[in-house]
Design a protein around this ligand. Structure first.
Ligand code: AMP
Length: 556
């Protein structure tokens, strides 16, 4: 198989292996360790469905055979756009085992983002559900296939849909499949140094980037977070964020908890009352969520629910204020752990025994013995202790570059392999990091990232728009909402916000990226290099009265 991934320099790779940070273990082997240590214990709960560790292992074996019988082979890629479910877990592990990595795509993405991901990764199959929250994912997948000839097969998790040629049901049973086919003749088993799965990220500039995560580097991340948290078989972890993103998948998330023989309870996305019911019903001990999710949890009527089993709530993906950490610790009577990290690989956590001011004011220290960080000021020199600067990071769980995207890699990585996060941080004398801002043009809506340039490129196609710039407007629940500033072409009437949203939706952009506020200006404020003065626009957006016009993100 041709090596396409940007490779970690050979000496560093050898060092990572020598030091045991990279181990010769496949992710599916790691996640299915529980089948050996606690075969009959519950591994996964999804609604009323339950699977023991042994059943999960058997399901993965069956699924791999089924996928082979459908023609999926080692070296193929499968775009997986599934909501949190048993099917997602089984499919992901089966594909790891086959050496046919999943390209994980969040269910919030639409044709604009999926087209890009598909063009880069050229998947041979797409896995999608039927209708979820009123949106028809099967239609989205069919349309995607019509535009991308690499896609030969659609795997659909909804048995009730009428399937067409080139479509097959994929459910957690896979038992209704034709006779399982043996491993294709001459097919070598997957290797730990190869890609286990692909993640997508907004990166620091431009549209979505793809990251090839190997069994070695992703396994290293899972072990490092598991070690800090002391994951054990008595964990009952409620997976609230999307499992297609790294937070709930690997920090320690689904994969770390399964490896320890614990139980993962799958929560439907953004359903706070359901999450509360599951915490009580399943005796959940650990969960992770975004600051928005935490705010919603605190604001929800907890209806006398018994949440006393809850030991740790991990909160990450966006800034959490210190008073919110205190309020949540008190209200939920458990540890609130701040998590700062990125799909590119570095994760920083507060430790549960950190002093109170660290727990509330910092995002902790990076995990993993080999993780290196640098904090540099605008002129590229190292920041003095306590001074803020951009965080750069490198290490055995940090990718060395983006998949098939050399220009983005050159911009975002230094020559010696450090990833430029675009985040402004400060480090205290004990090594704790606090995120104090960012230099990338990213809007962080409820821990989902919106690249300003991507949105501006689409809004700029609108016939009335001469120039535009998107910035974040502070919001007390979502962190930020999108505010679009624009100037008009001569003789054009200003479009209504609703019109602009419909226009962008027609362009196929994910609904969460749509502007929630739009302002027409005579001219955009500019900085010296002729670019929009985003700092001035952010202040202007913050000063605009009123809440966002569209707090919802539904597709209906
Ligand atoms: P993603 O790769 O989509 O997970 O996004 C990673 C980015 O989210 C980081 O580079 C930060 O900009 C932001 N982020 C993640 N966690 C935090 C946090 N705890 N506080 C502030 N920003 C965060």
């Amino acid at each position: 198989m041709p090596v396409e991934e940007p490779a970690v320099c050979r000496e560093r790779a050898e060092e990572y292996r020598r030091r045991g940070w990279w181990r010769p273990e496949l992710l599916d082997e790691m996640a299915l360790l529980g089948a050996r240590t606690r075969p009959h214990a519950c591994a996964l709960v999804d609604g009323e469905r339950r699977m023991s560790h042994a059943q999960l292992a058997a399901g993965v074996t069956r699924a791999a055979a089924y996928l082979r019988s459908l023609g999926i082979r080692r070296g193929d890629r499968v775009l997986v756009q599934l909501p949190n479910s048993l099917e997602l877990a089984v499919l992901l592990l089966a594909l790891c085992r086959m050496g046919a990595p999943a390209v994980l795509a969040s269910p919030v993405l639409r044709s604009h983002e999926l087209d890009r991901i598909t063009s880069i990764t050229e998947p041979t199959a797409v896995a999608a559900p039927g209708i979820v929250d009123g949106f028809d994912y099967l239609n989205l997948a069919r349309a995607l296939r019509s535009r991308h000839p690499s896609i030969a097969l659609l795997l659909i998790t909804d048995r009730t849909r009428q399937l067409q040629q080139g479509e097959a049901v994929f459910d957690s049973e896979c038992g209704h499949s034709p006779e399982p086919a043996p491993a294709a003749c001459g097919e070598e088993p997957a290797s730990p140094s190869e890609t286990a799965l692909y993640l997508h990220s907004s990166g620091t500039t431009g549209p979505a980037k793809l990251m090839a995560r190997t069994h070695e580097d992703y396994g290293c991340l899972i072990r490092a977070t598991s070690e800090v948290l002391g994951v054990s078989s008595d964990w009952v972890y409620l997976a609230v964020p999307q499992l297609t993103q790294t937070f709930a998948l690997s920090n320690p998330g689904l994969l770390g908890v399964l490896a320890a023989g614990g139980t993962v309870v799958i929560a439907p996305a953004n359903r706070t009352p359901e999450a509360l019911r599951l915490i009580e019903r399943e005796g959940v001990t650990h969960t992770s969520t975004s600051p928005t999710g935490l705010r919603q949890l605190l604001a929800a009527d907890r209806m006398g629910r018994d949440l006393s089993t809850l030991r740790v709530v991990q909160v990450g993906g966006a800034i959490l204020q210190s008073h919110e950490v205190r309020a949540a610790t008190h209200a939920l009577d458990c540890h609130v752990q701040q998590v700062y990290g990125m799909s590119e690989g570095m994760v920083s956590l507060t430790r549960l025994d950190d002093p109170p001011h660290v727990l509330t004011h910092a995002q902790g220290r990076p995990v993993g013995a080999g993780t290196e960080i640098r904090i540099t000021t605008g002129s590229g020199i190292s920041a003095a202790p306590g001074e803020s600067g951009e965080l750069l990071t490198r290490g055995p769980s940090v990718i060395p570059g983006y998949f098939r995207d050399p220009p983005a890699t050159r911009q975002a990585f230094t020559e010696d392999g450090f990833y430029r996060t675009g985040d402004l941080v400060r480090q205290d004398e004990s090594g704790n990091l606090a995120v104090v801002g960012r230099i990338k043009n990213l809007i962080n809506w409820s821990a989902l990232k919106i690249c300003a340039e991507e949105l501006e490129a689409l809004a700029g196609i609108h016939p009335a728009v001469a120039d535009c710039a998107a910035v974040g407007k502070p919001h007390d629940i979502y962190g930020e909402t999108v505010c679009l500033f624009l100037t008009l072409r001569p003789g054009q009437d200003p479009p209504l916000l609703e019109e602009m949203r419909s226009f962008l939706k027609e362009e196929g952009i994910a609904v969460y990226k749509l502007p929630q506020r739009m302002e027409v200006l005579d001219t955009l404020p500019m900085v010296g290099n002729g670019k929009a003065d985003r700092a001035a626009l952010r202040s202007l957006a913050a000063s605009l009265a009123g809440r966002a016009a569209h707090p919802d993100t539904g597709d209906r």
